[in-house]
Design a protein around this ligand. Structure first.
Ligand SMILES: Cc1cc2nc3c(=O)[nH]c(=O)nc-3n(C[C@H](O)[C@H](O)[C@H](O)COP(=O)(O)OP(=O)(O)OC[C@H]3O[C@@H](n4cnc5c(N)ncnc54)[C@H](O)[C@@H]3O)c2cc1C
Length: 462
């Protein structure tokens, strides 16, 4: 008999006052009892609408039924039959717009907490001491190169390795994981989790070469000359966009990517690391997506007294996940909605002293249906800050496209690829943010899996 409780079992969390001064994980995870209780809220709908909302079609009601029975091992097998990174996805997927948005229980009350259950099962598995060690399957003798070690590259590498391919991942940074390690902060996604997923791939025989920038250290064509028979490009969209208002070159202006990379990947928040980062007192973050929320919450944890999100639209249009906005607010992040930067102001030494803002009103909807912000004349005002972090979006880096002849790209600079991830170059496949522009972990992972399938077909028929 289903548990007819209307709301989700609450997620235990660190207290906001305590967590805003540390980098430990905010959400603490369900206990087995809470997970089983939550799983019993699932109605096991025969047509599984939730599954249709998942870009990698996790068999959601099936795994949840196993959680309800307390059979967590089978639940894990069911999830991982389609999702290679469940501990990651359970933490960072926008479930409220995907699987949970389609849950029948959400018609009256809250949806089943599918993401929390996925995380529970993945963490339960990770903590298990009696796991059978993974061993690499017998090699089929074919070599594939994967460029980039974010979710797209990892998913592609994992699926190919399981099929017996000899996979080498080339990563520009000194550590594998893509945005999962350099962008999303430790308090949302502990780096040990990403490291464990990467260790699993290594156990399957995947080789990682870090500090290898394709387009600089070596080119796509050189990969083929070296004997790789296919290449998957999963190089993401790490090139920051800027506002181009006057003053953006002042000291104290960061792109969110640089700021987060210093802190997350290069551990600037830890005394035992040499990475320099200035601890600012009053910080403005321009933008209101997940990246902006992460940058704001990191700035707070580094000791800022005030952190303000500047967003040109209103509350209803905030692009970040609802949970991230709520967490940010609980931690004391301020929001200046309906405001847009007009200039960044500085002192005679070139250091940021403030940000000039202009109030906005919402006009007619744009092509995406979102109401367009319109500046209110004469409404300029100044917010005193000593740092400005710009988080208004990123695009694919031009390095690979500019060093790979005949690789067709889209108007927005993404690599053009068909639904199977095939590009204009024979043997070259692509997926994730490198193709779509900045999107989500699960979409990148799905594209990596699709790419692996296409590479397998291509090499079998070659
Ligand atoms: C701060 C932040 C927070 C986010 N939060 C969420 C969230 O909560 N939920 C969610 O679903 N999504 C979130 N996203 C988006 C999500 O992380 C991305 O959509 C996803 O990581 C894209 O995966 P990818 O594999 O395509 O690229 P990436 O994760 O960007 O990985 C690409 C990798 O390729 C490497 N690379 C680039 N160029 C080269 C080269 N020339 N040679 C070798 N290697 C190269 C890069 O160093 C990087 O490691 C967030 C993004 C950011 C930046």
């Amino acid at each position: 008999m289903a548990n007819m409780r209307m709301d989700k079992n609450p997620m235990p969390e660190q207290d906001p006052m305590i967590r805003s001064a540390n980098f430990d994980e905010v959400a603490l995870g369900y206990s087995p009892e809470a997970a089983m209780d939550e799983a019993r809220r699932c109605l096991n709908c025969p047509n599984s609408p939730c599954r249709g909302g998942c870009p990698v079609s996790v068999r959601i009601p099936e795994f949840i039924a196993k959680v309800a029975e307390g059979d967590f091992a089978t639940a894990y097998e069911i999830i991982t039959s389609t999702n290679a990174l469940p501990a990651v996805c359970g933490r960072v997927c926008p479930q409220e717009k995907q699987c949970e948005a389609r849950c029948v229980r959400a018609i009256k009350g809250e949806s089943v907490a599918i993401g929390r259950l996925e995380r529970f099962v993945a963490d339960w598995h990770m903590a298990r001491e009696d796991k059978a060690p993974l061993t690499p399957p017998a090699s089929n003798g074919h070599r594939v190169a994967v460029i980039g070690s974010g979710p797209a590259g990892l998913a592609c590498a994992g699926d190919l390795a399981k099929l017996g391919y000899e996979v080498t991942v080339f990563e520009a940074f000194h550590k594998a994981g893509g945005v999962l390690v350099y962008g999303i902060p430790q308090f949302r996604l502990p780096k040990e989790i990403v490291a464990a997923e990467i260790a699993q791939l290594e156990a399957l025989g995947v080789r990682f070469i870090t500090n290898a920038i394709v387009g600089k250290s070596l080119t796509v064509d050189e990969l083929f000359e070296d004997g790789f028979e296919a290449v998957f490009i999963g190089s993401g969209a790490g090139l920051p966009q800027f506002t181009h208002v006057p003053g953006e070159n002042l000291l104290g202006v960061y792109s969110a990517n640089e700021f987060l990379t210093r802190v997350n990947l290069m551990k600037a928040y830890r005394e035992d690391y040499d990475t320099p980062i200035k601890r600012f007192k009053r910080v403005a973050v321009v933008g209101a997506g997940n990246v902006a929320m992460d940058a704001a919450r990191v700035a707070k944890r580094l000791g800022a007294d005030s952190v303000t999100i500047i967003y040109r639209r209103g509350r209803d249009e905030l692009p970040a996940r609802k949970e991230e906005v709520e967490h940010a607010e609980a931690e004391g992040i301020a929001f200046e909605l309906l405001n847009n930067p007009a200039a960044i102001l500085g002192d005679e030494e070139g250091r940021v002293t403030g940000i000039e803002l202009i109030r906005q009103a919402l006009g007619e909807p744009d092509e995406k249906g979102r109401r367009r912000p319109v500046p209110v004349e004469g409404s300029n005002w100044v917010l005193d800050v000593d740092a400005v972090i710009v988080a208004i979006g990123t695009s694919p880096n031009p390095l690979i496209r500019s060093t790979t002849p005949n690789l067709v790209v889209t108007k927005k600079g993404g690599i053009e690829a068909d639904e199977g991830g095939r590009t204009s170059r024979e043997g070259v496949f692509a997926g994730g943010d490198a193709v779509t522009g900045a999107a989500t972990v699960i979409l990148a992972m799905g594209a990596g899996k699709t790419g692996a399938k296409s590479i397998d077909e291509y090499l079998k028929n070659k």
